[in-house]
Write a protein that binds this ligand. Structure first.
Ligand SMILES: Nc1ncnc2c1ncn2[C@@H]1O[C@H](COP(=O)(O)OP(=O)(O)OP(=O)(O)O)[C@@H](O)[C@H]1O
Length: 610
């Protein structure tokens, strides 16, 4: 391998007769004057006598051809492999043409590839095309995890890509971008597994109900057991909002997350919410005021002059007080607030609190927060603000030398569909807290991992704060443009973005000072959704058939004429099936089709038997 053609201090061509180059491969150039220089292959081509090298080829110029001939290559006969190589650190002057190049030993390029040890880093995957270098790597970095590629699963043979945990303080936030099916969810899963393995308190908002880590992939030797490392919480079933502890700001955020509030509504909430309000006291004040405003003062007074039951009298008296206290609040505003509050209440959110999440974080676990996206938006605003405040109060107290607040640990917040939580150009209740954490979280040790299919729709302030970006296959031109603007990804990588296989990604991180091509490791655990939908359907049908067969068996043979009796018996045994004659008959015929039953015509109609 040697340098050919005209060189610059940044970029060179390397040619070889024997060796085909691969993109992202690392080469060391033995420049006789400048010592070893390290470069990465960014483009690779092969020529032979069937497709000979000519200056019409896009990336070769006449000078490369000329120097190849001078170096003894036979352009029309030999196979010639040529790589365009970008130097990782700029040379002091142009590289010497003719200088030899070699594949590096690990020790020569360690600092360019690995910035952490295996214990202190998140092992996200392998650095592509580094097998040769990996063979000379320290033993404790070898074969750290599994990869799955071209239908085969094996222990990694490449150099691992380790994201140093300590570097989070300097470069705190991670963005994960990629189109549908590009490997984003797998990537997020791997990050969460790594965080659990390190015992780092984390939260993931899970609108797709896919972040469960109890089902293990089979046959992965040495896979950790995550069952005790995470806890799953459903909003309104395990966790919620303690109404009594809500400040006005929290309440406004919650209500506006259901549907944005008008200005009149916001000021009405400010006026109507009182310190110490419970859900009952606040909501009955709203409902009663709405009723009072609808009736009007005169009618209320008239009612009070009549002979009323004591409870009724009490109610009208209260209405009178309210209307006198709040004469200027418009009825529509009160109704709007009451409607939002009822919607929140129906979700069950006010029946619980966030203590279990705090406990999970305090014990170094991952808290998975599940709920429909609208409720997640509502709840995450409250949850994240509270947890962030707890951490900030603790840290600020520590800085002032007065530890008044309880200990609260540093933590990581992760979410998919991040553009819903911090959208560009429109308001969302959760945007404020996410932007604040993006800008200030570093100081307090609160870090973000935000994944989205649509980086273009993510708030720019937030995007700009994502220091490390993991970019999977992206097809949309708009998104590619956003990515090239926001990262140090080069033109070559941007061109490759639409064609990346699922699971391959570019990592752009200031820590590495360049874009690193990686293959994300194979997760140890499986999402509950990985079953192909058609396999799922088949499995469901088989198990439903199995169940029905079990219920029918004691009644065999079944005649067309006694279907009703059998139906009643089955519905008593399994009322949840709510079987009807028509469906029972269809099911019997299906069991005949699948060979579980036989059907014989008799003088009394069809007979089903085994
Ligand atoms: N690191 C990986 N190793 C092996 N296969 C992978 C990897 N990442 C993704 N795949 C394959 O690609 C498929 C799609 O990946 P994934 O579910 O992560 O996509 P996604 O980007 O999250 O898509 P969506 O946004 O539509 O959910 C996976 O089911 C898996 O077969």
């Amino acid at each position: 391998m040697q340098v050919v053609g005209l060189t610059t201090p940044q970029e060179i061509f390397v040619a070889s007769k024997e060796r085909k180059f691969r993109i992202n491969e690392i080469l060391v150039i033995d420049d006789p004057y400048q010592g070893p220089l390290i470069g990465e292959v960014v483009e690779a081509n092969s020529y032979n006598r069937f497709i000979p090298l000519s200056i019409n080829h896009d990336f070769i110029d006449a000078r490369v051809l000329e120097s190849l001939e001078r170096l003894g290559y036979s352009i029309s006969e030999d196979e010639i492999n040529i790589a365009r190589v970008k130097l990782m650190t700029e040379a002091s002057f142009p590289v010497t043409t003719g200088a030899k190049a070699h594949l590096p030993e690990f020790s020569e390029v360690r600092d360019f590839l690995v910035r952490s040890d295996a214990e202190g880093g998140l092992a996200l995957g392998e650095i592509k095309n580094t097998e040769e270098t990996a063979s000379t790597m320290d033993e404790n970095l070898k074969g750290l995890f599994y990869v799955y590629s071209r239908g085969e699963r094996y222990r990694t043979r490449n150099v691992p890509f380790l994201l140093d945990l300590k570097s989070f303080q300097q470069y705190p936030h991670i963005g994960i971008f990629g189109g549908s099916g590009s490997g984003k969810s797998y990537g997020l899963r791997v990050i969460m597994e790594e965080l659990m393995m390190k015992g780092i308190p984390s939260i993931i908002l899970d609108p797709h109900y896919e972040m469960d880590f109890s089902a293990m992939e089979e046959g992965l030797e040495g896979a950790p057991d995550f069952r005790g490392a995470f806890r799953k919480f459903q909003i309104g079933e395990d966790i919620g909002v303690e109404f009594l502890a809500l400040g006005k700001r929290d309440l406004l955020d919650l209500l506006s997350a259901v549907k944005p509030l008008t200005e009149a509504m916001s000021s009405a909430v400010e006026i109507l919410h009182r310190r110490g309000d419970t859900f009952i006291s606040f909501s009955s004040r709203l409902e009663l005021l709405a009723e009072a405003l609808e009736l009007g003062r005169i009618r209320i007074e008239k009612m009070l002059q009549q002979d009323l039951e004591p409870a009724e009298r009490e109610k009208y008296k209260k209405m009178k007080e309210l209307i006198e206290e709040y004469p200027n609040i418009p009825l529509v505003s009160v109704q709007g607030i009451a409607w939002r509050l009822r919607r929140l209440h129906a979700s069950g959110i006010f029946n619980y609190d966030i203590k279990p999440v705090k406990e999970a974080l305090l014990s170094g676990k991952l808290a998975v927060i599940q709920g429909p996206i609208w409720l997640l938006q509502v709840f995450s605003t409250y949850l994240l603000s509270n947890l962030y405040r707890a951490r900030r109060d603790y840290k600020d107290g520590e800085l002032r030398g007065q530890n008044t607040a309880d200990y609260f640990p540093p933590f990581v917040i992760a979410t998919d569909e991040a553009h819903n939580f911090a959208p560009k150009g429109r308001d969302a209740a959760s945007k404020g807290v996410i932007t604040e954490i993006a800008q200030e979280g570093r100081k307090y040790g609160v870090f973000l991992v935000l994944a989205t299919q649509r980086p273009t729709l993510l708030d720019e302030t937030v995007t700009a704060q994502l220091n490390t970006k993991i970019i999977f296959r992206t097809v949309r031109g708009h998104d590619i443009a956003t990515i090239t603007e926001e990262t140090d990804i080069g033109a070559e990588e941007a061109r490759r973005l639409p064609y990346l296989p699922s699971g391959d990604a570019f990592v752009s991180s200031p820590l590495f000072g360049r874009t690193v091509a990686i293959r994300v490791r194979y997760p140890y655990t499986r999402s509950p959704h990985t079953l192909n939908p058609f396999d799922e359907l088949k499995r469901y049908r088989v198990s439903a058939e199995e169940k029905l067969f079990g219920l029918l068996e004691p009644h065999l043979p079944v005649y067309d004429t006694n279907l009703l009796q059998v139906l009643q018996a089955i519905n008593t045994d399994a009322p949840e099936l709510k079987l009807e004659v028509k469906t029972l008959k269809e099911s019997l015929d299906n069991l005949v089709k699948s060979g579980r039953l036989k059907k014989t015509e008799t003088p009394f109609g069809a007979m089903y038997h085994s």
